[in-house]
Design a protein around this ligand. Structure first.
Ligand code: KG4
Ligand code: ZN
Length: 344
């Protein structure tokens, strides 16, 4: 079965084709992505209306590219999957509308997929796929969650952020440091030249005894330091502050993940979402997991941030697990706010 996946929840248009056969792990045949980063950069963040319009421009050419790269035609598509939510309503509607129109024209069913389930299952696209059950650390621009994952669709929330997400903490701190959008990769590049012990920044709720996160206080602490350094701040101080900020975020993510693994009695960790691309987070998780004899899995670097492959993959895995009912009714809706645990 060939599943075409369309992702359009935020500032990346992603299209991909995944093939599943029997009970084997579905395989990625091709994927294509257009990032809107350059377009939004001038505004310092995502402009929803511009995002929607750009998705409209990109999605069909990307779909044609994906089919050509797989050496297949649209007639070979058996199911069209799309991101149903959460995300920007207008942006989601583009992907959902195109997916349903395409499926109607091809007389094929559709399946709306939860964006975070896509991230969560994206490590199954890697050369070293995980096995259920595992603990998942989901760290994206909008979410920071620890989940116990027993199987496809069996997600138990262990802890989540009570305010900002980890990606947001990276992005907002980067903005305070005068770095562009998206801030995560820029801050982490600058941190490579800094001393992570130069600034004593808070590790919010690290010792509160549960698995929740809080990053809003960190942003305030970074702002205080930026103000103290003033307008004549030198490059080294900025790099030191970037490194100290990254260290604070990473330490909390690593310690809470290890705690979640201990409490769940799990020996596998899966990391997913944009922040999962962070080199320092990977290095520290690798070290902590090796010490605790835990296997850790990541998505391929280019599939950490938003993409269509994870949406096609989540749809294919849901079908395999018998946990999805593809729709032949081409009336569609989107869910800008949609908790992962509420997915049937
Ligand atoms: O998963 P994602 O692409 O989009 C959402 O679903 O939110 O995650 C985007 C987030 C942004 O906050 C971005 O700054 C962050 O992931 N990010 C990183 C890195 N690459 C992306 N944060 C830290 N280090 C990175 N290398
Ligand atoms: Zn995402």
């Amino acid at each position: 079965m060939n599943v075409l996946g369309i992702e359009s929840s935020c500032d990346e248009t992603g299209v991909a084709l995944v093939a599943s056969k029997g009970t084997g792990v579905p395989r990625l045949l091709s994927h294509a992505l257009h990032s809107q980063i350059d377009m939004h950069q001038a505004y310092g963040g995502v402009v929803p209306e511009l995002a929607s319009r750009d998705h409209i421009r990109r999605v069909l050419p990307l779909a044609r590219q994906v089919m050509a790269e797989a050496g297949l035609g649209f007639k070979d598509v058996d199911l069209v999957a799309f991101t149903r939510g959460p995300g920007l309503a207008g942006a989601l509607l583009v992907g959902a509308g195109v997916a349903c129109a395409l499926a109607a024209a091809l007389d094929r069913p559709t399946l709306g997929v939860h964006h975070l389930e896509g991230h969560l299952l994206s490590p199954f696209l890697s050369a070293d796929p995980p096995r259920f059950p595992f603990v998942a650390l989901l760290v994206s621009g909008g979410h920071t969650q620890l989940m116990h994952v027993a199987g496809v669709g069996e997600y138990e929330m262990l802890g989540e952020t009570i305010d900002d997400a980890a990606g947001e903490a990276f992005d907002k701190s980067a903005k305070l440091l005068g770095l562009g959008y998206p801030g995560g990769p820029a801050l982490s590049r600058m941190a490579a030249f800094g001393d992570a012990t130069a600034f004593a920044l808070p590790r919010p709720v690290l010792h509160n005894g549960n698995l929740d996160f809080s990053f809003a206080g960190l942003k305030t602490a970074v702002l205080t330091q930026v103000r103290k350094l003033g307008s004549n701040v030198c490059e080294q101080d900025r790099a030191n502050l970037a490194a100290s900020t990254q260290a604070a975020i990473v330490e909390v993510l690593v310690k809470k993940s290890m705690r979640a693994l201990r409490e769940a009695g799990a020996d596998r960790l899966v990391v997913a979402g944009g922040v999962g691309a962070n080199g320092e987070l990977r290095a520290q998780l690798n070290a902590a997991c090796q010490k605790a004899r835990v296997r850790v899995h990541y998505p391929e670097l280019d599939l950490c941030t938003d993409n269509g492959a994870m949406i096609a993959m989540a749809a294919a895995m849901r079908l395999q697990a018998g946990r999805a009912v593809p729709s032949h009714d081409y009336a569609f809706d989107v869910r800008p706010r949609w908790p992962l645990q509420s997915v049937e």
